[in-house]
Design a protein around this ligand. Structure first.
Ligand code: KG4
Ligand code: ZN
Length: 342
């Protein structure tokens, strides 16, 4: 098929610690996907340092975009629109992506589309299942967010549940730090938990007030810290793998139960995952098992599209573009942008 018949979007993502750009056709077919991760830099500090992240984005963004185009064997003339994350995220890092996208859009006279990072995570599902279409219930769990979102249409979202305190990924990162695994915690807890007993320690499965769909992860994080302090005071050796496995099981039980309850109560036929925590092996297995036990279809993006990437932004940008939305050169970074806000 000639590229004249397809809509080709360049997606740019710089909201946190990945400098990423990708070229995607018709919102679903990834032609190139370039990710420069700053994880080795931030590992030195035990977490993301926003100022350093901004500086690394400045150094890498042009190279990453050029590589996305050259890997795709395309030129600027082939690009129908540039999609860029403008929130939520860290303001400095977001501004690097937004100003770069605006500069190129202006210089090359290419339409510009602003994309919500969380909506981008959700759209990662379309990159992996070419037939997938709304409506469905999606759990979006990342380092900064934990939401249950009803995806009503490609560009229409309703928040059904949210966390009242920490995000799920944040809880993984904090517990990892407490047991000495370092940053980023999620993948390390995931790996260590495979060697532990998920029933060794009973950590709380918190629910919030009268909402069966909301989350609270600060209690479980404190429970893990109390358990570790208690053991230290008694001079007892801690089995880190058991702590990791028991903590992970408690978080995943809550994530799965609330999401599946939401899907059933709102009459959805499909449950999907999105965001960095969707890369968790136990979450993927457990959600699949429990969804299918209720007769629901389960979908999740491939691992590379769970954590931050430009392809998911290009996909979300495609649906915004098709809906006729364009950003102008006043587009600004919005660090606390909400899902569904236009
Ligand atoms: O989506 P993402 O790359 O960035 C944000 O938008 O926040 O998500 C990063 C988060 C981190 O908290 C990281 O620890 C978590 O996702 N994460 C995981 C796994 N891989 C990444 N959490 C649990 N298990 C994993 N395998
Ligand atoms: Zn993210």
């Amino acid at each position: 098929m000639s590229d004249k018949e397809r809509t080709i979007i360049l997606g740019i993502e710089t909201s946190c610690d990945e400098t990423a750009a990708a070229v995607v056709a018709d919102g679903r077919e990834v032609i190139s996907n370039v990710i420069y991760t700053q994880i080795p830099t931030h590992t030195l500090y035990g977490g993301v340092v926003p100022e350093i992240a901004s500086r690394e984005h400045v150094l890498k963004i042009n190279q990453v975009i050029k590589k996305a185009l050259s890997d795709a064997e395309l030129t600027w003339e082939d690009i129908d629109a540039i999609a860029v994350t403008y929130g939520p995220g860290l303001v400095g890092p977001l501004l690097i992506g937004v100003s770069t996208a605006k500069a190129v859009a202006y210089a090359k006279n290419i339409p510009l589309v602003g994309v919500n990072h969380i909506e981008g995570h959700i759209c990662a599902n379309y990159l992996c299942d070419k037939e997938m279409e709304p409506p469905y219930m999606c759990l979006v769990a990342s380092g900064g967010h934990s939401h249950i979102v009803r995806v009503d249409d490609y560009d229409k979202y309703t928040i059904i549940g949210r966390t009242h305190d920490d995000a799920a990924g944040e809880a993984f990162d904090k517990v990892a730090r407490a047991i000495g695994l370092g940053y980023p915690g999620g993948p390390k807890v995931d790996k260590l938990a495979r060697e532990g007993d998920p029933n060794a320690i009973t950590f709380p499965r918190a629910s919030v007030g009268d909402s069966p769909y909301d989350f609270s992860f600060s209690g479980i994080k404190s429970a893990v810290l109390n358990y570790l302090n208690g053991a230290e005071m008694k001079g007892e050796e801690v089995n880190k793998a058991d702590v990791a496995a028991s903590f992970q099981q408690a978080v995943i039980d809550v994530l799965c139960d609330h999401t599946i309850t939401a899907a059933v109560n709102f009459g959805m036929k499909t449950v999907a995952l999105a965001g960095g925590v969707a890369a968790n092996s136990l979450l993927r297995e457990t959600m699949k098992e429990r969804a299918e036990a209720k007769g629901l279809t389960f979908r999740c993006p491939e691992l590379v599209y769970c954590t931050d990437n430009g392809a998911m932004i290009a996909s979300a940008g495609y649906f915004e573009y098709k809906a006729g939305r364009r950003a102008d050169l006043y587009l600004n970074a919005i660090p606390n942008l909400k899902i569904g806000e236009r």
